[in-house]
Design a protein around this ligand. Structure first.
Ligand code: NAD
Length: 258
């Protein structure tokens, strides 16, 4: 295979994506579908799921629920005759506050969705990935390698996702399964506007000032577009990415502090 062809995943890949109805997950799903993959998604946003017609399968499923995650994985695997790619994308921003102002429910909810949800999906999907010698991609964040003041539950959950990724890569590598994490920086979209607003409020500054401070921390001085995350995910599942595993790949324009 020549180098340029090896950048593209083979047609017919059987892909599942959590939280594929909106945002980054949707962009990744649409990119896989455009590349000829069969895509099944889940989400808790029923209305957005209805509109996500790019996906051949759409399930209402909360990744916090171990059994519901199992039903989503096995339903998709049965419908497609197996799984080649699992994208663990569901994640929330969590609260923005000083640690003594973060209540225990908000802490637990962030860990439950961002970390435990990835465990539930990995637990149920791994037998299928062993069978296909497939690939898993876990969405972490640059907050999974940097300190993030006032966003401790989010940072803790994303550092844990990197640990989960590296450990699974070591565990499953001998079976031919690859596991990588993508660490997006600040990705353009509705979610990031909310995060900037919350952090501006926590620091008592304007939205514009918070956005300016954020951009100053990015060497490229711009936010990442969702299609840059999707392109990275596709490459990780293409023949050219076949030796990449256990990596935490930043797609962020070079962010060295948050
Ligand atoms: P988003 O808020 O735009 O979309 C999140 C999706 O997750 C929604 O469709 C929502 O319904 C779904 N969801 C929420 N809780 C769920 C649950 N319990 N079970 C199933 N689905 C659930 O988020 P996004 O910006 O697209 O982020 C996607 C991933 O990328 C997340 O893991 C996030 O932490 C990570 N990330 C995003 C950014 C960014 O700048 N947007 C930066 C770094 C990392």
């Amino acid at each position: 295979m020549n180098c340029v062809d090896s950048l593209r995943p083979r047609s017919g890949l059987r892909v599942i994506i959590t939280a594929g109805a909106n945002g980054i997950g949707r962009c990744i799903g649409e990119a896989f579908a455009e590349a000829g993959a069969r895509v099944h998604i889940c989400d808790i946003d029923g209305k957005a799921l209805d509109g996500a017609s790019y996906a051949e399968g759409r399930s209402l499923c909360d990744v916090r629920d171990h059994d519901a995650a199992g039903a989503f994985v096995s339903g998709a695997a049965e419908a497609m005759g197996g799984l080649d790619v699992v994208v663990n994308n569901a994640g929330i921003a969590g609260p923005t506050a000083a640690i003594d102002q973060i209540d225990s429910d908000a802490w637990k909810q962030t860990i439950d969705i961002n970390l435990n949800g990835q465990y539930h999906i990995a637990h149920h999907a791994m037998p299928h990935l062993r069978e296909s010698q497939g690939a898993m991609i876990n969405l972490a964040s640059v907050a999974g390698r940097l300190a993030f003041a006032y966003r401790t539950p989010y940072a803790a959950s994303k550092w844990a996702v990197v640990g989960l990724t590296k450990s699974l890569a070591a565990e499953l590598g001998p079976d031919g399964v690859r596991v990588n994490a993508i660490l997006p920086g600040i990705v353009r979209g509705a979610r990031i506007e909310g995060v900037i607003r919350d952090r501006a409020d926590a620091l008592g500054i304007s939205y514009q000032e918070m956005e300016r401070r954020n951009l100053e921390k990015i060497s490229l001085r711009r936010m990442v577009d969702p299609d840059e995350i999707a392109a990275t995910a596709l490459f990780l599942c293409a023949p050219g990415g076949r030796s990449i595993t256990g990596q935490a790949i930043s797609v962020c324009g070079n962010v060295e502090s948050l």
